[in-house]
Design a protein around this ligand. Structure first.
Ligand code: IPM
Ligand code: MN
Length: 356
């Protein structure tokens, strides 16, 4: 059955890199119908909204969604894809390809996966004036015995961690680690929290991960605090197999880890829910280079590799990943972020040529 893909470019370089990925997918003659409704900055000009009804309707009927990036305009698209469609498992593989420019001395063999909780935590942002908390929770005292009324004027932010959210993300991470172990990886889940300070919310996250992993006797488990983990990602990247963490920690660690594989121009991601899935580069709308045709399309093309895998087209996914690999191994056609002078379309063309 033909799979329906909805491509939403979004803002900044989003439309350029999504176009590049579409060209690559179209050159592969797959059983895909790729729909490209207008959205983002372009749609605001025409319809007065970044996410017109047509785009939303198509999104709702899709088998998978390819998304570019958001600056300001398309934040509501990202919000819809993540929190309305409930794509709670954000998978961010960190894999080094030979020939890629990285600040790491010995990057050969870096290959791990960050599983970021994508539906709660500090997102989508629940904030307000402290005075509101002082009024609603007059008896609340923190560990130091301070109540909200004791603060001066200021703002608060609330972090939500639910049992359901913890359970499903821990399970997603364990399933991925199991899958990877079958492919020869070490079979280890590293839970990352700040439970020494956030004893309740991070405590629940950590405890749930410890419980869920008991159902996977073939996997090993470890836990590190997020500050320690940041250091370990840089120092011992090859010791990592699967990281599972809450939303904001995963956001920050995935930008850091992305650098090991060449940065945001290279790092792909998938956001998977029970019914919907969308695929996007780890991010950056890169407004400074938008419209110049020099953005690296690889992160979005590798996100399409993840999309093909999700759609059950494993062989095709592998073919496409190998084409990307071949272009970097050769090292002739590189965008400026990789130390080259090529344009987005040259890299796209080079990848398409390797597919033939
Ligand atoms: C990401 C991005 C988003 C996030 C922004 C654009 C809201 O940084 O996908 O990592 O914070 O999750
Ligand atoms: Mn981010």
């Amino acid at each position: 059955m033909t799979k329906k893909i909805v491509a939403l470019g979004g803002d900044g370089i989003g439309p350029e890199v999504v176009d590049a990925a579409i060209q690559v997918l179209e050159s592969m003659n797959l059983d895909l119908e790729i729909l490209k409704p207008l959205c983002g900055e372009a749609a605001i000009k025409k319809f007065g909204t970044p996410f017109p009804k047509e785009a939303m309707d198509l999104t709702n009927q899709s088998d998978a969604i390819l998304f570019g990036a958001t600056e300001q305009a398309s934040v509501i698209i990202l919000a819809y894809l993540r929190w309305v469609l409930d794509t709670y498992a954000n998978l961010r593989p960190i894999k080094y390809y030979e020939g890629v420019s990285t600040p790491i001395k010995d990057p050969e063999g870096i290959d791990f996966l960050i599983v970021r909780e994508n539906s709660e935590g500090m997102y989508p942002g629940r904030e307000g004036d402290i005075s509101l908390l002082a009024e609603k929770l007059p008896d609340y005292k923190d560990l130091m015995g301070k109540s909200f009324a004791d603060f001066g004027k200021g703002k608060f932010a609330i972090r939500i961690i639910t049992e359901k959210g913890c359970k499903r993300i821990a399970k997603a991470a364990c399933e991925k680690a199991r899958e990877r172990k079958k492919r020869g990886f070490s079979g280890k889940v590293t839970c990352v929290t700040k439970s020494n300070v956030l004893r309740e919310s991070c405590g629940l996250f950590q405890k749930t991960c410890e419980e869920v992993i008991k159902g996977y006797p073939e996997l090993r488990y470890e836990h590190f605090y997020v500050d320690d983990m940041a250091r370990r990602i840089v120092r011992f990247p090859k010791d990592i197999d699967v990281i599972v963490t809450s939303n904001m920690f995963g956001d920050i660690l995935s930008d850091l880890a992305g650098e090991l594989m060449g940065g945001l121009g290279m790092a792909p991601s998938a956001c998977i829910g029970d019914r919907y899935a969308y695929f996007e580069p780890v991010h950056g709308s890169a407004p400074d280079i938008a419209g110049k045709g020099v953005a690296n399309p690889t992160a979005t093309i590798l996100s399409s590799v993840m999309m093909l895998e999700y759609l059950g087209m494993r062989e095709k996914a592998e073919e496409l990943e190998n084409a990307v690999k071949a272009v970097y191994e050769e090292g002739k056609v590189l965008t400026p972020d990789m130390g080259g002078k090529s344009k987005t379309r040259n890299v796209t063309k080079a990848i398409i040529q390797k597919l033939k």
